[in-house]
Design a protein around this ligand. Structure first.
Ligand code: MIG
Length: 732
């Protein structure tokens, strides 16, 4: 490769300026403001827009879902934002927002940060950053979602500072009691307050504004096998063959950057992939989908057709002198499309369409912070003020006109993902798209899934993936996962087993690892490990009907798929601080082993009784239990009163609709819901879905059809209670 990763240690020092002085600087604000209110799904909302003097207009939001029903804002003539907010413009491009924090107030959300669930006590940067070393000192990562939830005594208030410019958030830093946000922008801001309301209502209102994730294609929820890189057709076929031969359920093989010719986007290396389409076709017949990577950088090469076409369309970002910005990435010096422009997204989609025509099923967007090796430090020059637009590396086309990149940087990744999403929608209007993105801004959830980027094969990163994914969910993004097994450094058998024990509950479930690391496929660690992983992946497949119902719930209410314990136990003081366990939907509590050489851990159960997933008597809630989890265990518990639909595993999801399905009933009385659709199209939105209400009492299951729009597949149904299984007929 020959390219060293940038030195982030140096960058980081420059990024975080010293704490602001105690004396309050005077307010330079002479611009315009607008205050509005609305009720969003029952939650009171206030929105304050502010823009500097001389601004062309108030800043346009890149986060709001145009389809959102929450557009009924009413202007407020007199009044204030409330919630104790004070704000001021301290300098031409520096805005400060402050509000006191109560002693017991928690700060949740804020997207992807390598930090615990409660973000209080620390300074964070909300600005998309490719930091390959995730440590407690990392102030920012790939996703920037400036939405915080201030929670206290079961009531929550959400604050959304809608601006993709650099934002520094001091959340009671140094034991302080002030929330202070410093926004570096010449465009201005929109600050929205949601609440006070219960936590689920605040998340519901936020996702009503910024959109929700649609039900993904079933195959994308199965096991995905990836690595940087399966670099030849032979390797890709071989991995697929091994997965089937070893009966490891898998739906997707992911192809990283080495399929391209010299890393030029939209090319395929003919020497290494001579029959790309045929390979995909063969894999498809074997039940695999292929996902390929795309990077935003287009190699600057006038002889190359993509670059030429992009230049002809003036699609690339330019500096104030009109020169295209050139950043070094894998392909060498490269130009960057301005994804803020609709015509550029459409052009990108036309180029990428060739991949889809070759059979590629989903698109993986990487490096879209955007990242460039020779500009490791996009923040360093912006410590206290933003450089003038003409001094910024390049400009982008915002709705109000050409705008410095730093003003809109954080939304670059979402807009690139949007280009892929729109393409897939256009090519197959009735299919559910699958798009994966490393970077994103508020509203990213409308354009697909995200993963947490370059983690490391450490137990520490296994552990941290829980609060990170919980925070993504609270920030509106449910379809997320971390590289299972870890990206950097070598995994080992124990780590990978523990990682799969957690990973089968990640909404996005992919084994991926970096160039130069030891093999990380499920069979790479010996026979015993392979056996455990096979069984764990089978459990993931068994849980897919339940997982799909969680996506349906998210689309209806905004509820995340992975939920902190207090989501379901708001009054429980002990549950408040737990971020090494979580609820997978309302009914399954997951408490994995997160340290090496451990077989036992303490698990806290909120009120209720919980049955170990692997069988055995229920454990009583409102207290801790010490529980043992061997390498063959599923570290999860099912709430008493649940009816869990479990499907028999199959090699891939195409075969799942005919597999036997068991309604496992937990406790003497239980209830649940069950739904069926084709797993692939948008037919369910037109009523091509069947749904039943389930009740279990006195040893008998009773199902009532709510909707019967999807025909029976011929599968058999069973009901299971206390280990006894009998056949069951679903009423149609
Ligand atoms: O500079 O495409 O996070 O998943 O394998 C590294 C190669 C670029 C970073 C991604 C990682 C991917 C890798 N990419």
């Amino acid at each position: 490769m020959g390219i060293d990763p940038p030195d982030w240690t140096r960058a980081r020092q420059a990024v975080v300026p010293a704490a602001p002085p105690e004396a309050r600087p005077k307010d330079l604000f002479r611009g315009g403001t607008r205050l509005e209110t609305a009720i969003i799904q029952g939650v009171p909302a206030t929105r304050l827009a502010g823009w500097p003097r001389g601004a062309r207009r108030e800043p346009v939001s890149f986060a709001l879902d145009p389809a959102s029903p929450a557009s009924q804002w009413k202007p407020v003539r007199r009044g204030s934002f409330g919630d104790g907010l004070v704000w001021r413009q301290e300098a031409e491009s520096r805005w400060v927002f402050e509000r006191p924090l109560a002693e017991d107030e928690r700060c949740l959300g804020l997207g992807e940060l390598y930090r615990g669930l409660d973000r209080r006590g620390k300074t964070h940067w909300l600005f998309t950053t490719d930091d390959p070393h995730h440590t407690e000192s990392s102030p920012a990562l790939y996703q920037a979602i400036p939405f915080v939830i201030l929670e206290r005594g079961g009531l929550a208030v959400g604050w959304f500072l809608d601006s993709p410019a650099p934002q520094r958030w001091d959340l009671g830093t140094d034991l302080g009691a002030t929330l202070r946000i410093t926004l570096l922008s010449r465009r201005g801001f929109q600050l929205t307050r949601l609440g006070p309301a219960p936590l689920p209502a605040v998340v519901g209102a936020f996702t009503c504004l910024t959109g929700r994730t649609e039900l993904p294609p079933r195959w994308s929820l199965g096991h995905q096998q990836s690595r940087w890189s399966y670099a030849t057709e032979r390797e890709v076929r071989q991995v697929a063959r091994e997965l089937r031969r070893r009966r490891i359920p898998t739906d997707t093989v992911v192809i990283d950057i080495d399929y391209m010719e010299d890393y030029q986007v939209f090319t395929i290396d003919q020497a290494r992939f001579p029959r790309f389409a045929r390979m995909i076709g063969d894999l498809r017949r074997d039940g695999f989908r292929v996902v390929t990577i795309l990077d935003p950088g287009v190699k600057r090469d006038d002889t190359a057709f993509v670059h030429r076409r992009g230049r002809e369309r003036r699609a690339f970002c330019r500096d104030a002198k009109g020169e295209p910005f050139v950043g070094r990435v894998w392909a060498g010096p490269s130009c960057f499309p301005d994804f803020l422009r609709e015509d550029v997204r459409a052009w990108w989609g036309e180029e990428a369409e060739a991949l889809v025509r070759l059979g590629v099923a989903g698109i993986w967007n990487d490096m879209n912070e955007p990242s460039a090796f020779d500009v490791p430090d996009w923040l360093a020059t912006t410590a206290t003020e933003l450089p003038r637009e003409t001094d910024q590396r390049f400009l982008q086309e915002a709705p109000e006109g050409p705008t410095g990149h730093l003003e809109v940087r954080s939304v670059y990744g979402s807009q690139m993902a949007r280009a892929a999403w729109d393409l897939l929608r256009r090519v197959s209007p009735d299919e559910r798209p699958f798009v994966l993105s490393r970077s994103g801004y508020a509203g990213m959830q409308r354009f697909g899934a995200v993963w947490l980027g370059d983690n490391t094969s450490w137990f520490e990163h296994l552990r941290m993936s829980i609060p990170m994914l919980l925070s993504m969910g609270l920030s509106g993004v449910p379809f997320a996962g971390a590289d299972v097994g870890g990206f950097g450094h070598d995994a080992d058998g124990e780590l990978i087993v523990r990682w799969y024990q957690l990973g089968i509950f990640y909404p996005f479930f992919r084994n991926h690892c970096a160039m130069g690391q030891r093999a990380q496929e499920p069979w790479a660690f010996g026979e015993a490990v392979e056996r455990h992983l096979r069984r764990l992946i089978e459990v993931r497949y068994r849980l897919l009907p339940y997982l799909e119902s969680l996506f349906v719930e998210h689309a209806a209410t905004g509820a995340p798929i992975l939920r902190p314990l207090f989501w379901h136990a708001p009054e429980d003081r002990e549950a408040r601080e737990i971020d090494d366990q979580f609820f997978f939907g309302p009914d399954i509590l997951v408490a994995p082993i997160l340290e090496r050489a451990r077989r036992r851990r303490s698990v806290y159960f909120p009120a209720g009784r919980y049955f170990p997933f692997d069988g055995g008597p229920p454990l009583g809630g409102g207290r801790r239990h010490s529980v043992e989890f061997g390498y063959d265990a599923v570290p999860a518990f099912v709430r008493e009163g649940t009816i869990l639909p479990l499907v028999d595993p199959a090699p891939h999801t195409d075969d799942l609709s005919r597999a036997d399905l068991t309604f496992r009933c937990y406790g003497g009385r239980a209830r649940g819901r069950y739904r069926e659709d084709d797993g692939l199209t948008l037919g369910y939105q037109r009523g091509e879905v069947s749904e039943w209400e389930l009740r279990f009492a006195r040893g008998a299951l009773c199902a009532v059809a709510r909707q019967l729009g999807f025909p029976a597949t011929g599968r058999r149904y069973f009901v299971e209670h206390e280990g006894e299984r009998t056949s069951f007929t679903l009423p149609r």
